[in-house]
Design a protein around this ligand. Structure first.
Ligand code: WT7
Length: 641
């Protein structure tokens, strides 16, 4: 398999970019021709960012297809015996698994029949809460085979978060594992699901895969074992499962992500545009060559796992590594051992992982054979220059381009990045927009800045096939969050700089959203969770620079009664509350008990001041004369933890 749309020179990039702006429909339809359709589209693009009921975005209207035929069936003749997924377990002593395209196809069909037998049909929502085992990819693809809409929830979320997401999507089926291995820990996934389901009477079926042999409670009439259900399908004979004919714009999945309000939103991606965008960007950004081993370290609980572990690579017929563990178990050489063992050619990981491995020192990397590596990628947050240099020098041995890929859950795929072997990477810059992507930088009055060298808020002025179509069950919210700040534009929530050559440097979120270890967490969500604790009166959460996580979570908390900053028990109780309400990933790194919060006369918390204090900029908190209670600032400064 080769890719007619693969860009191999700077000139070709410029040409593709120009074409994509001048004739977007012609540009994307030529790419769409390389996929398998049951029926071709009638119209390439229909769109409106402004006005009643907007946003309206439809790509490939009238087209019919199934994404799993593109990811699996169409490769069977050419790549049937080639590895689709290589899975490396948490424990390096356990044997790795290889699933060829043929084997993966067959397992997806069998499990799709399991879902069918358990009442799942086209359009149903299926919630998936599993560890990083191959069956997770199989479950996702089996949903897509039937046209069921998957909603994957990261294993670090709590029972309450699962319940919220199940209720929001009205899922009737949940797929989980008894437990998940994570470093030297075992996470009891099924028990967490059980806690969630107390609040979800609508769930009719739970399918449980055996992974850790953690004891579980199986509820009669509701819970069944994955393995038993597979046997039933196999003994019935024909495990084949025809792919449901889907509309180009039918929803493929829902993935929840945090915003500036307390409630996560269900980002909806639809089938055809998303598939084409993931595949196009995968092939180009990483310069993927047929036969290469590609390793994206992301969990399938996040969009990176959806787009660049499963859909993009498989639609391109690539070999995708899937990793169950964590970068530091059994030691900080785990990634490099995997690269050596499987001769990985392309590695795509997050700055937070690089920084944590950097902190463990060079001993874990220096004697590893990393000569198979050809391209390195980074995603999730701005990569700082030190981490970039370390990645470049010690992992890529100064031979491998690093692509710093900027994108978001909402964008479906990579938007601004260097193209490996084609355009020039620049440390700390995401660099240039991919073909099809039209960024705009906005000034404080809401106007697009046309000067090249500038800074402001990052928007998009034209639709691209991978963009979100709505937020599940609440289209108005989609409009308000992304399309109302700058009418006629998609607003990313990020700030950026643009240099004189048109390279973009992303400077981080401009809303009340934190980026902790590459994961998006809303400050309002964390505050809501903290405020649920009985002793808490009020709280304010801000981010601060953290050496490993990028941003850490700093919570200022007013309690009932007297708690001083040495009161570890109360702090632990608050952490436990946040863990219960959102999940361990949202636990504050620092809690400071305060007597009051700096407020304006209208009662709004002045976060700017709290941010300065959390960052340690004590002498530079800015104007405090407009505060209702300016005295509190000195008090808070003294108590800094
Ligand atoms: C936010 C999106 C994209 C998949 C993983 C995160 C930040 C992401 C970069 C980058 C600077 C980046 C942005 C963005 N971000 N990649 N290469 N350089 N910032 O997905 O949870 O939807 O978060 O992550 O702030 O808005 P997400």
């Amino acid at each position: 398999m080769s890719y007619p749309y693969q860009i191999t020179s700077k000139e070709a990039y410029q040409q593709a970019y120009k074409k994509s702006v001048e004739d977007p429909e012609g540009f994307w339809s030529a790419i769409a021709e390389n996929f398998q359709w049951k029926k071709k589209w009638d119209k390439v693009l229909e769109w409106r960012f402004k006005g009643d009921g907007a946003p309206v975005v439809k790509w490939f209207r009238g087209g019919k297809l199934n994404i799993t035929e593109n990811c699996l069936d169409r490769h069977l003749n050419t790549l049937g015996n080639k590895p689709a997924i290589i899975w490396e377990p948490n424990d390096p002593e356990e044997h790795y698994r290889v699933l060829t395209y043929k084997q993966l196809h067959q397992k997806v069909c069998t499990f799709a029949n399991v879902l069918k037998n358990n009442g799942v049909k086209k359009g149903d929502r299926v919630c998936i809460y599993m560890g990083m085992v191959p069956e997770l990819a199989i479950a996702v693809l089996a949903c897509a085979r039937l046209g069921a809409i998957h909603s994957v929830i990261f294993g670090g979320f709590s029972a309450q978060s699962i319940a919220d997401r199940i209720q929001d999507g009205n899922a009737e089926c949940v797929i989980t594992c008894d437990g998940a291995f994570r470093g030297n820990k075992t996470v009891p996934l099924k028990a967490v699901v059980d806690d969630a389901l107390v609040q979800c009477p609508g769930v009719k079926r739970v399918i449980v895969l055996t992974r850790t042999r953690t004891p579980v409670s199986m509820i009669k009439g509701r819970d069944v074992w994955w393995e038993d259900e597979i046997k039933k399908v196999e003994t019935m004979g024909n495990p084949d499962c025809p792919a449901e004919e889907m509309d180009a714009e039918d929803p493929l999945y829902i993935l929840y992500t945090s915003g500036s309000t307390g409630k996560p939103k269900g980002v909806v991606h639809t089938i055809a545009g998303y598939m084409i965008y993931c595949t196009y960007t995968f092939v180009n950004v990483f310069n993927y060559q047929p036969g290469e081993v590609y390793f994206c370290t992301a969990d399938l609980g996040w969009v990176t796992g959806h787009s660049y572990v499963v859909y993009g690579p498989l639609a391109a017929g690539a070999t995708s590594m899937m990793f169950e563990g964590i970068p530091t178990y059994p030691d900080a050489g785990r990634f490099w051992d995997i690269v050596d063992k499987h001769k990985v050619n392309i590695l795509y990981t997050a700055p937070t992982a690089i920084r944590s491995l950097m902190a463990h020192g060079l001993d874990f990397v220096k004697d590893k054979d990393l000569s198979s590596l050809r391209v390195l990628g980074s995603v999730g947050e701005p990569i700082n220059v030190e981490a970039w240099q370390w990645y470049y020098d010690y992992v890529g041995k100064k031979r491998c381009p690093i692509v710093d890929t900027w994108w978001q859950t909402e964008t479906g795929g990579i938007m601004i990045t260097a193209i490996a072997t084609v355009t020039e990477p620049i440390p700390a810059y995401a660099t240039l927009p991919l073909p099809g992507i039209q960024p705009a930088v906005m000034d404080e009055h809401g106007h697009e800045i046309t000067d090249m060298e500038t800074s402001g808020n990052l928007c998009m002025k034209f639709p691209w096939p991978g963009m979100l179509r709505t937020t599940w069950g609440d289209h108005e919210r989609c409009f308000k969050t992304y399309f109302s700040a700058y009418p006629g534009y998609y607003f990313s929530g990020d700030g950026c700089l643009r240099d004189k050559n048109g390279n973009y440097r992303i400077t981080g979120r401009v809303d009340d959203v934190l980026n902790v270890s590459g994961h998006r967490i809303g400050t309002a969500e964390v505050e809501n969770a903290i405020n649920m604790h009985v002793n808490v009166v009020e709280s304010a959460v801000v981010g601060y620079p953290h050496d490993i996580k990028g941003q850490g979570i700093y919570a200022f908390v007013i309690t009932e009664g007297n708690h001083d900053n040495n009161d570890d028990l109360t702090k632990k109780d608050i952490l436990e509350t946040v863990s219960r309400i959102i999940g361990p990933i949202a636990k504050p790194d620092k809690i400071q008990f305060v007597k009051g919060l700096p407020k304006t006369r209208s009662g709004k918390i002045m976060r700017r001041i709290l941010r300065k204090i959390a960052e340690g900029e004590m002498h530079n908190v800015g104007d405090i004369t407009t505060l209702l209670n300016p005295d509190i600032v000195e008090d808070i400064k003294k108590g800094k933890v």
